[in-house]
Design a binder for this molecule. Sequence first.
Ligand code: ZN
Length: 136
Amino acid sequence: MSQVNQKNSEHRLPSPVANPENKAYLEAAQKDELLVKHCNACNQAHYYPRTICPHCGSNDTTWVKSAGLGEIYSYTVMRRGVEVPFAMAYVKLQEGISMLTHLANCDFDSIRVGQKVRVVFQETQDGQKTHLFEPV
Ligand SMILES: [Zn+2]
């Protein structure tokens, strides 16, 4: 059985599409920073970034720098019908939000639910950086 390269660095990452609500978030990623939106009215974070809080409807939301640490809530490894295998996961961040993300720098056979991960940044197919997570 042939061994395939199990690094997401070979997988061509899709590029996020900019809009007024995620502009600061995408710009921060170019500086290797992960921002999350936090609501001052209900004191909860949310993801994907929005101007209006999805929990309470308030527009009193601010950007907060994430520690970039979390754990894998759920994951899948795509091996069939793709040029290069890659892994995706729902990562639950310390800030309390979950994000769908690619996993990087890991052995696909050793990924497990509950595994601690941290944010890393890689260039997408058009050269802009986006976040991924790798095992700690
Ligand atoms: Zn809120």
